[in-house]
Design a protein around this ligand. Structure first.
Ligand code: AMP
Ligand code: MG
Length: 365
């Protein structure tokens, strides 16, 4: 298949070129497009064969549901069975944005995107290109991240092309994704609010929004994870609960430590033990890199801000770049839980995991 690239200009003056792409989607074609989280692989949610083609192209297990993307909260609400104050509060606070809400689906909603579940996840991308494509289509786009299953999600046009060239008819290219990690997924089912996947909106932001609306998150069973909870959770409760995902070809290792000194000794220790790999590469903060003098190996750096935006923004890009440098191992600095830290550590842990997915453990997140 010949893959055409459509470049959207920075001033958005050629957004109307998305219209023929929407018409191709009407005919069942699958299209890669940019969002603020990562690039997505989309099809009309109501065309079963087109949605099945997404699973096929990605090599995604059939039991792993896809998220639908809509253009307004009003339209989004129509896909669910019920709508209440919690849904209203969360969508008012975080839509459009990197926030997916899973609730029971409307009785008449038929889509293979939900993989046979009675729930559905929707979000509203905060991206002019994704928004225009949904508008031209006039209905929801079912879209997971545009990576081949198990790989790091693409956050720019060339990374999307690397995975999808020859497999889809169109890749729409705009700026690199602003967030660089997938959306936060929250499930509000059976009176229980659960954070299924940390992402661009932090658990603390969700808790704060509920409290501001007079709702106590604890009454909904919603827990804002602490570092302690996280450490408990990251020890697998059963085999197969943790498996490798978001991963480059190289082995991924986490540089552990609470401060620069600890992290530096962690690296030195592994160098001394000879466990650093044949050709190590590094993804670390500028501050840590300054302390690693005479390092002969490839290093990509990020500016470590309080909200960890830069570290998160470049994580998947760095994985792919260091793969292109043929690194055997990638050493990545850990971050604390502030801002995007929880989402960053979640992706990093999964990329560093040695266990492959056991499909009997249900959908992976
Ligand atoms: P992706 O867009 O590739 O990051 O994948 C979407 C994620 O959302 C997957 O991990 C799915 O398992 C999860 N997901 C989507 N819909 C549901 C749902 N109804 N229930 C639970 N998880 C869901
Ligand atoms: Mg994904």
């Amino acid at each position: 298949m010949n893959t055409k690239l459509l470049y959207i200009k920075e001033d958005l003056s050629n957004l109307d070129e998305l219209e023929p792409i929407a018409r191709a989607m009407d005919k069942g074609q699958v299209v890669c497009f940019p969002t603020e989280t990562v690039y997505g692989l989309g099809a009309r949610y109501d065309l079963d064969e087109a949605v099945k083609e997404i699973f096929r192209v990605k090599g995604r297990p059939q039991d792993n549901p896809l998220i639908l993307h809509e253009s307004s909260v009003e339209r989004m609400a129509a896909y669910y069975k019920d709508w209440d104050k919690v849904a209203e509060t969360l969508t008012a606070a975080f839509c459009p944005g990197p926030f997916t809400l899973i609730m029971e689906k409307a009785d008449d909603l038929k889509t293979v995107a939900s993989a046979g579940l009675n729930t559905i996840g929707l979000r509203i991308p905060d991206h002019p290109v994704a928004h225009a494509l949904i508008k031209y289509l006039g209905r929801a786009i079912a879209a997971p991240s545009a990576n081949i299953s198990g790989r790091p999600s693409p956050t720019n046009g060339s990374d999307a092309y690397e995975d999808l060239a020859g497999k889809v008819p169109y890749i729409v290219v705009a700026d690199p994704s602003r967030v660089g990690l997938e959306s936060t997924i929250v499930s509000w089912v059976g009176g229980k609010l659960e954070l299924l996947r940390p992402g661009g909106i932090s658990a603390k932001q969700i808790g704060d929004a509920l409290i501001k609306a007079g709702i106590d998150p604890l009454d909904l069973g919603f827990k804002v994870f602490s570092m302690e909870d996280y450490e408990k959770e990251s020890k697998p409760r059963a085999p197969g609960m943790k498996y490798r995902h978001y991963a480059p070809r190289a082995n991924v290792h986490i540089i552990k430590g609470d401060n620069l000194e600890d992290k530096l000794s962690y690296i030195k220790e592994h160098i001394d033990q000879g466990s650093i790999g044949l050709k190590p590469g590094f993804y670390i903060s500028i501050e840590l890199n300054k302390r690693l003098s005479d390092n002969p190996w490839p290093v990509l750096t990020f500016e470590d801000t309080a909200d960890h935006h830069a570290g998160s923004h470049y994580l998947f890009t760095a994985f792919r770049e260091l793969d292109r440098e043929a690194c055997s191992d990638i050493w990545v600095e850990n971050l604390d839980f502030n801002g995007l830290g929880q989402a960053y550590m979640n992706r990093l842990e999964k990329a560093a995991c040695k266990t492959l997915r056991d499909p009997s453990q249900g959908p992976h997140l």
